[in-house]
Ligand binder design. Structure first.
Ligand SMILES: *Cc1c(COP(=O)(O)O)cnc(C)c1O
Length: 479
């Protein structure tokens, strides 16, 4: 039989409509019942094998494929929607954002360019982001996959600002650009230097103080040393919310230093940016409004479903200079669908881009920025409560100060290899589906790391984590 080329829409929409309604019902039940399920469970090898099939040449009924989703995929996701997921820094998502994804999929808009409402929505989201962080209204920016790419874009914009637009044609030549970040900076900053062709060695990692903040005198010394050696310092990357302990660099101090030294100040505020929505926490970010560029994620503490990061650039001309490229097939016009320039593809590396903006726009409008700020505050309160429990518990030891929402501690009531013991405790908790903290290493010691990011997390989840760590720790110590 010849394959059917009559298009992909059904002749009669009734069955697909019913399936869609069922999917929405099922996923609402999924979210409403999240607390009753294990945080995470490993995907059984048999089910993994079932996914490994040859390219499907023939069609299947949508209902049958959906049944596969329910059986093979839904129960074995990351678990970050769950209130006791505390590993890494994962946002919990939200139900309105989930529905927005359905709408965005229906429109199937391409936000690379041209003149249409979805691009206006993204521009509005960028204006809101700038307002939230105190940048000027004309700030330019883009929604991207995440802070990793936002940091890469910042490096490229700062590079072009330092060397002029010719660098895009001629390459770096002999220029020895060097950048600075603290040793606590996220690894993606170093990768951004790599991907930008500057090399990871050109990122100087500056020492931190006991609170995990970049030491200003060490930064000044490093810049002076590089200038003496004939290198070209061009950029400082401040961290607002370090990934290991949530520390925030002295951003106002960094801004002063960068102004005096004519350096680009970029701030990696991947999750910390959202503290700006809490009147109580906002002072911790003082100085962020002076940054030349800021990278942060909507998919972490802003609870927008994955994926969605954001890059903001104070000077729109600088962002345009780093990425705009004419092409005959992308000709801009003053009227018609080819109007509305500059286009988002002039501001970053992607040409085709999805409608990430809709889930951010709907999340912000439905819940309001104040409520998101209150959730950020609640997470920090829970982190303080966890720190207090740890401090009060003789078998537990806290390993870092708590600046925002991250608590690092370990079970210490045992002889022998405490690092291995705590690695095992974390894996036990994850595999039992009780809670999902992660680990980090602080001062050579392995820590259980709980990052409270999820809007669903409550004090009983904190208590469950502490109780489980002690119980598993004691059982393993006795064994
Ligand atoms: C999570 C994180 C990143 C990376 O962001 P992605 O969205 O995962 O690409 C960068 N910096 C910090 C401080 C982070 O916490």
């Amino acid at each position: 039989m010849e394959p059917d080329a009559s298009g992909l829409d059904p002749e009669d929409w009734t069955a697909l409509r019913a399936l869609g309604h069922r999917m929405v019902d099922d996923m609402v039940d999924h979210l409403a019942g999240v607390r009753q399920r294990p945080v995470w469970q490993p995907m059984p090898p048999g089910l993994r094998a079932e996914l490994a099939k040859k390219l499907p040449r023939a069609p299947s009924e949508p209902e049958a494929v959906y049944a596969q989703f329910r059986r093979l995929i839904e129960p074995y996701a990351t678990g970050n929607t769950h209130p006791r997921f505390m590993g890494w820094v994962h946002g919990g998502g939200n139900p309105v954002g989930m529905l927005a994804e359905l709408l965005a999929g229906g429109l199937n808009a391409n936000l690379g360019g041209r003149d249409h409402a979805p691009i206006e929505v993204e521009r509005q989201v960028i204006r809101w982001a700038a307002e939230m962080l105190g940048l000027p209204p004309k700030t330019s920016g883009l929604l991207v996959t995440g802070t990793s790419i936002a940091n890469l874009i910042a490096v490229l914009v700062a590079r072009t600002a330092a060397l002029g637009a010719d660098v895009r044609r001629d390459g770096l030549g002999g220029s020895r650009l060097v950048a600075y970040a603290s040793v606590a900076a996220h690894g993606c900053v170093s990768r951004a230097m790599d991907m930008a062709g500057l090399g990871t060695n050109a990122l100087r990692l500056i020492a931190c103080d006991g609170e995990g903040r970049m030491v200003p005198s060490a930064l000044a010394e490093a810049v002076a040393r590089d200038r003496d050696a004939g290198a070209m310092p061009f950029m400082v990357v401040g961290t607002a919310g370090s990934v290991d302990i949530g520390a925030i660099d002295d951003l106002a101090g960094l801004a002063r230093f960068c102004r005096a030294q004519d350096l680009w100040l970029h701030v990696d505020a991947a999750f910390g940016a959202m503290a700006a929505l809490s009147p109580r926490l906002r002072p911790l970010l003082a100085g962020i409004e002076q940054a030349d560029s800021i990278a942060f994620d909507f998919h972490k503490w802003a609870q927008v479903p994955y994926d969605c990061g954001c890059i903001l650039v104070r000077d729109p001309a600088a962002q345009l200079a780093a990425f705009a490229a004419p092409a005959a097939y992308l000709r801009r016009e003053n009227r018609g669908l080819a109007g509305g320039h500059p286009w988002p593809c002039d501001l970053g590396p992607d040409l085709s881009r999805g409608f990430r903006a809709l889930k951010v726009w709907m999340t912000l409008l439905v819940y309001g920025a104040d409520r998101l700020g209150a959730i950020v505050e609640q997470c920090c309160g829970l982190a303080r409560a966890l720190a207090d429990r740890v401090d009060a518990e003789p078998s537990l030891e806290r390993l870092a100060p708590v600046a925002l929402n991250i608590v690092c501690f370990r079970f210490a009531a045992a002889e022998g290899d405490l690092d291995a013991l705590n690695v095992a405790i974390v894996a036990d908790l994850q595999e039992a589906g009780i809670a999902a903290p992660s680990t980090t290493t602080l001062g050579g010691r392995l820590a259980i790391r709980a990052a409270i990011v999820n809007h669903r997390t409550r004090i009983e989840d904190i208590e469950a984590l502490v109780a489980a760590v002690i119980q598993v720790g004691n059982a393993r110590a006795r064994a």
